[in-house]
Design a protein around this ligand. Structure first.
Ligand code: SF4
Ligand code: SF4
Length: 345
């Protein structure tokens, strides 16, 4: 179902939606960085092609969350689950790569033998509104690893900027319900044609690599590992900000009353202690093994395990790496097998 939302009516739609959902959207902080935060009719989401620094992962997989509390009680110990319900949440302004990243996380935390109940609770309460980028940023390479329009159509609603209005495409019953708001009006054939121009432009593939070729070319002894390991300082920014990285650690902390809180906290395979075992052995002792793991996992291991490429081409790791270790250069080298000349940005 397609409808038109005049830009001047965005406020009305959010007001209407706020009676049903807690609203999240891209919000700019004073330092210029962007993340998903509460939005409303008075605090509109930023809808443009600028990607949020933090990914939507925080809404479904918080960087730190309590799993349960152990209460020794009065001779009757018990495990207390974290309190609170998962509020119905509408996330507005997700980029196509953000929408796809949720599909990757779903494969990891919902499919297979075990479901993660914490992730499942948040994910099932989440309704998504994509914003189809009108152009790519210099660091984006979504169309090199997939079809950003197909990804957008996995959101409940996809918004495409056609000038003075957005074409809204509902893809699910929840999306159709959202388009039932009186702020929407019928869309014309010309407006749909303008939307299709935006879609086709975003689909254009600029980069020379292809995820199937990368997966086929990923090799244990690939020379590109040495080149990127030489630059990498192991800060972990690339994986902490990556929307699809899922590594976490489990910690226990004693709190008041002799209780112990068990919590899950974000971690990364780029840290030297991540794979260090209890007896001291570390199977990934150097950065070479650690960067190899990260990239091989994204393009090969997760494809075998979950049937989906683990990179959505969002470009966060490209744009925010402090030493400009450009993943795209490594991927090009893997595909072409030409050595390791284009690892630098
Ligand atoms: S952001 Fe750059 S320097 Fe930091 S761990 Fe990732 S590749 Fe290495
Ligand atoms: S590996 Fe880099 S480009 Fe790919 S999804 Fe993660 S942050 Fe985005």
């Amino acid at each position: 179902m397609d409808k038109l939302l005049p830009k001047t009516a965005l406020k009305d739609w959010l007001e209407w939606a706020s009676t049903r959902y807690h609203l999240l959207g891209p919000v700019e902080a004073e330092d210029g960085s962007r993340s998903f935060a509460a939005v409303s009719a008075d605090r509109l989401p930023a809808l443009d092609n600028r990607r949020q620094c933090a990914s939507p992962k925080e809404a479904v997989l918080p960087s730190c969350e309590t799993l349960f509390t152990f209460d020794p009680g009065d001779g009757q110990p018990r495990l207390v689950p974290p309190g609170g319900e998962f509020a119905p949440t509408l996330m507005v302004g997700m980029k196509p790569c953000d929408v796809r990243s949720l599909e990757v996380l779903d494969r990891v935390f919902l499919d297979g033998r075990f479901q993660d109940p914490y992730y499942a609770g948040r994910r099932k309460s989440l309704v998504t509104v994509a914003y189809v980028c009108e152009s790519k940023r210099w660091s984006c390479f979504c169309s090199s690893v997939g079809d950003p329009i197909e990804w957008s159509l996995a959101a409940d609603v996809a918004l495409t900027d056609v000038g003075e209005a957005y074409v809204a495409t509902a893809n699910t019953p929840a999306g159709e319900e959202l388009l039932g708001c009186p702020a929407f009006r019928d869309v014309s054939a010309d407006e749909l044609a303008t939307r299709d121009i935006v879609w086709n432009a975003l689909r254009e593939r600029a980069e020379p690599f292809d995820p199937e070729k990368v997966a086929a070319g990923v090799d244990w002894e690939e020379p590109a590992w040495d080149a990127i390991a030489e630059k990498c300082i192991g800060c972990g920014v690339c994986s902490f900000l990556c929307p699809t990285c899922t590594c976490f650690d489990i910690q226990d902390e004693t709190i008041a009353g002799g209780k112990v809180e068990r919590y899950r906290v974000r971690d990364t395979c780029q840290f030297c202690d991540f794979t260090k075992m209890g007896h001291g052995h570390n199977p990934r002792p150097s950065r070479r093994e650690r960067v190899r793991q990260r990239i091989s996992h994204k393009f090969k291991y997760i494809v075998h395990q979950c049937g989906i490429c683990g990179c959505v081409g969002c470009g966060r790791c490209v744009e925010l790496c402090p030493v400009n270790a450009d993943l795209r250069g490594v991927l090009s080298e893997i595909v072409s097998g030409n050595g390791c000349e284009s690892v630098s940005a």
